[in-house]
Design a binder for this molecule. Structure first.
Ligand code: AMP
Length: 399
């Protein structure tokens, strides 16, 4: 099947062609015609499946038919958990809509609101926003929702995890009852389900169509995953060793704590490896600059905390490193979804110390397979990590 069978017009097909997309991904095949036909949608799809295009392309198609926009009005609202994802989605809209005359912008916190307020005066067809800044702008009456036609919740599970559920309810309370609702989430938890249910209570609409793309909620097969067991105190030397010995061209390195990120950058620098880091304490301008350098290849090694790295989309990211293993299996899947996107190959390497054993069991149980282990001769471990049990169920839930 090609994109031309999905009901998209020529200017959109041309933009897709310009980007080199040849075939639609599974979520695009299913979601695009459904959304064009006006259906509400609840989609379980992880990042890296092409989900952004699966909602942006049909919205462009619908809006291109009829163009009417009044001041301070928006026609589609896309809510995202982080600034980085908002910027990324807005960039995708600009690419996919480059042959159309629809307007779009991203609003998010951490920067001056005034230019955003000014930009909204004329109205915007598609607004991408993080919940906090959107509410702030709405309170200031910088925008009105009375002409909103489509609401998208992107990475809904992540928004719930980050504590945005109440903000989302506050926002949906302000929206017209008759609208099209689209929800995308990597996982479908009780809370995400509640958000989705809230949509259907608000209007007399038919139930949303549900689609699920990663049936086993697992990782793309093009990603080579492996792990190295390591003692905690040798992690940074191991990382430097791998970067140098294996001549890594690029790596996105996930770390647990903000101060750990800065420390790791300093440790790498001591060994002659130039890296930089992004985390919640760095200014938005700085984060954007570092990301731009990483994307352009100027910066080869980026250390990031999980939240800061959310939404990073680097066309051809070849390598992701879990310097610290994440606690939740979903987070592992999200992270390694940063590489091997839409068919490209990539590798995901996890450092696993004895203290990570339970997390490893949870992750491998979720994947339903063991991750290949590699031994690095120069780094024999003192505390051996046993082989996981694959039917592991966590006893107590720690958040
Ligand atoms: P997403 O899941 O939306 O984060 O998209 C993952 C990556 O896949 C992005 O870099 C997109 O540009 C790319 N992509 C999306 N759809 C396609 C497609 N049909 N063919 C090739 N690449 C795609």
């Amino acid at each position: 099947m090609s994109f031309s069978n999905l009901g998209l017009s020529n200017p959109i097909l041309q933009a897709i062609k310009d980007l080199g997309y040849i075939t639609p991904t599974p979520i695009q095949k299913q979601a695009i015609p459904l959304i064009i036909s006006g259906k509400d949608l609840i989609a379980t799809a992880q990042t890296g499946t092409g989900k952004t295009a699966s909602f942006v392309l049909p919205i462009l198609e619908i809006f291109n038919k009829e163009r009417q926009l009044r001041g301070k009005r928006i026609r589609a609202l896309i809510l995202t958990p982080t600034r980085e994802l908002a910027v990324q989605v807005a960039a995708n809209i600009a690419e996919y809509g480059k042959h159309l005359s629809l307007s779009s912008m991203a609003v998010y916190g951490g920067i001056d609101a005034e230019p955003q307020v000014q930009r909204l005066i004329e109205g915007v067809d598609i607004l991408v926003a993080t919940p906090g800044r959107l509410l702030h702008l709405a309170h200031q009456r910088a925008l009105h929702f009375d002409e909103l036609e489509v609401l998208v919740l992107d990475e809904a599970d992540r928004m719930v995890d980050m504590g945005f559920a109440n903000d989302i309810y506050k926002i949906t309370d302000r929206l017209p009852e008759t609208r099209q609702n689209l929800l995308f989430s990597a996982t479908m938890s009780h809370e995400v389900r509640a958000l989705a249910d809230d949509f259907s209570y608000s209007k007399m609409s038919k139930p949303a169509v549900e689609i699920s793309i990663s049936p086993e909620a697992t990782t793309a097969p093009t990603i080579k995953q492996w792990l190295i067991t390591v003692d905690k105190d040798t992690k940074s030397t191991l990382l430097s060793h791998l970067i140098n010995e294996q001549k890594w061209d690029q790596a996105l390195i996930f770390i647990e704590k903000k101060h750990g990120a800065a420390k790791l950058v300093a440790q790498l620098a001591k060994r002659g490896i130039e890296a930089d880091c992004i985390h919640g304490d760095r200014s938005q301008a700085m984060r954007e600059k570092i990301l731009a350098d990483f994307k352009s290849g100027k910066l080869k090694y980026l250390v990031a905390t999980g939240v800061a790295a959310r939404g990073i989309d680097i066309g051809e990211l070849s390598r992701v490193v879990n310097y610290d293993l994440p606690f939740k299996p979903e987070e592992y899947i999200h992270r390694i979804g940063r590489t091997g996107r839409a068919g490209a190959t990539g590798e995901a390497i996890s450092f696993v110390a004895m203290g990570d054993f339970k997390n490893l069991c949870a992750i491998e149980s979720r994947l339903n397979h063991l991750i290949d282990r590699k031994e690095i001769e120069e780094f024999p471990v003192r505390k051996v990590v046993p082989v996981s049990v694959l039917n592991y169920v966590r006893k107590r839930h720690r958040s």
